[in-house]
Design a protein around this ligand. Sequence first.
Ligand code: HEM
Length: 224
Amino acid sequence: MDQFLKVLEDEVQLIALAFMAVVYMLRIRWLLKFPASRENTPSRGDERAGIAYAMVAIAMPWAMESARKHWTKYAEFAVFHLGVAVAIAVTFILPYWPGLIAGPRAVVAIQAVLALAFLAGVSRFVKRCVRPDLRLISSADDYFSIILLDLYLLSAFFATPNRSAWALIAFFGMTTFFLIYVPFSKISHYLYYPFQKYYLGKHLGHRGVYPKQTGSTNLQPVAK
Ligand code: HEM
């Protein structure tokens, strides 16, 4: 079983990762075929600043009305994604730098993040099931993705101590599945993120809406 695990953690992951990279490169090439439209109206702001603002706005909850009003929802989103990032990091740390998280404190800290992320994911899944507005806009992939991600966080939780071969096989087995499945699922939203933010920032920057400013207007006078 040790040899099976070794191959699963290393060669199998690298092949699956290479597959994901190829699919993403093809998709990025396709996305780049759609140039951003040019605004015909006179500029009232700064497109570059608008793009930069749109890219980082997700990390500025105070600048988003929805996050200010529903900060628990934002916290849930942030904790869930932090857990996903930690689980992804663990897939590299365990096979290549296991010493980094060998100590009991590191294991507990990582497991705490994963457990919180799991709970945030369960809460998001329950909301998606019970809220009629969310049900209306949810596809089968939305439910499947969040269930899968939650199971993944759970498997990362049990694999992190790096002791149980079964837990490690479950974790790296799921990682392999993810690397192949994710490029075709809605979970690929992060690939679209920079493109969507580029278009949004360019448009709202041109109109002087982005970057948002408090207290005064962003608008520059229209050239006569
Ligand atoms: C640049 C990285 C990423 C960004 C900017 C990002 C952003 C977002 C945003 C804005 C949402 C919608 C949140 C909401 O509706 O409240 C979301 C949802 C989601 N993200 Fe990400 N994400 C990223 C990476 C990832 C990764 C790597 C995964 C998993 C491998 C992931 C899994 C999910 C899932 C499953 C949902 C749906 C959650 C639900 O159904 O409630 N995200 N993400």
